[in-house]
Ligand binder design. Structure first.
Ligand SMILES: CCCCCCCCCCCC(=O)SCCNC(=O)CCNC(=O)[C@H](O)C(C)(C)COP(=O)(O)OP(=O)(O)OC[C@H]1O[C@@H](n2cnc3c(N)ncnc32)[C@H](O)[C@@H]1OP(=O)(O)O
Length: 212
């Protein structure tokens, strides 16, 4: 039996808006899909952190080929895609570290995020591109909740204030600061305890009718 990918209503604080990209998409099992994404995230981390002998690499490459062949016949257009549209932390995708919401309303959100080995830049610090990924994810979602017309990021300014460590639970707080016509201004901070690791300001522009 298949079930519709959740059509996150405004009554669900800080839920995504699957109507944006996935109207009508069906998934055989949300729990099973989430299990696949969790396993994929672990594979990403294990590959990033591994240096195995050649014989092991041959075997791993074969197994990964087998997995991609199994999925090749089930490829669907974007409107039917499941990844990114599940009502679970991380939205069922493996690009952006999963953001776990603790408190949210239409104008602010607070939650937790952790950067695993896959997101290593160097010297024990998270990659400088991984941090904006999380800011764009959280600010982008906050910009669009509450029945607002959907918007896209016009700019995202990120300040790196301190090294962002891997494998530690960090907090992220974001707010909808102001609105001028189609322009929405949002900001956020990523913290370890009381220490600000990075902060961001973003402009999100509401799309006109028919704008992709
Ligand atoms: C379950 C699913 C969950 C889904 C959950 C998903 C979470 C992640 C969501 C993340 C969202 C994204 O990353 S979206 C992907 C990344 N972003 C993009 O691809 C956007 C690419 N850019 C564009 O499409 C366009 O440039 C727009 C839409 C941003 C703006 O173009 P436009 O609509 O033609 O508007 P335009 O007239 O240019 O600008 C409108 C006003 O904004 C100002 N403006 C525009 N750009 C800028 C700028 N960079 N810096 C300053 N100001 C700017 C203009 O001066 C103007 O001000 P004034 O004259 O009116 O004062």
């Amino acid at each position: 039996m298949t079930s519709a990918v959740s059509g996150n209503s405004d009554s669900v604080p800080f839920a995504g808006d699957s109507r944006w990209w996935a109207a009508g998409a069906q998934v055989a099992s949300v729990a099973r899909f989430e299990q696949v994404i969790d396993a994929l995230r672990i594979v990403q981390d294990r590959v990033a952190g591994a240096n195995p002998p050649e014989s092991e690499l041959v075997e791993v490459a074969e197994k990964l080929d087998e997995v991609s062949r199994a999925l090749a016949v089930f490829q669907v257009p974007e409107t039917k895609q499941v990844v990114g549209h599940l009502d679970v932390p991380g939205r069922g995708q493996s690009l952006v570290p999963a953001f776990h919401v603790d408190r949210a309303d239409g104008n602010s959100v607070r939650g937790r995020v952790s950067f695993s080995r896959f997101y290593l830049g160097g010297g024990g610090a998270a990659h400088g591109g991984a941090i904006p990924l999380v800011f764009d994810e959280v600010l982008g979602r906050l910009a669009n909740v509450g029945g607002r017309i959907r918007s896209r990021t016009a700019y995202l300014h990120v300040n790196y204030r301190a090294i962002t460590p891997l494998d530690e639970e960090l907090t992220l707080e974001a707010r909808f600061d102001s609105e001028e016509g189609r322009k929405r201004f949002l900001s956020a901070e990523l913290r370890k305890g009381d220490v600000v690791l990075a902060d961001a300001e973003g402009l999100f522009v509401a799309l006109r009718e028919g704008q992709p």
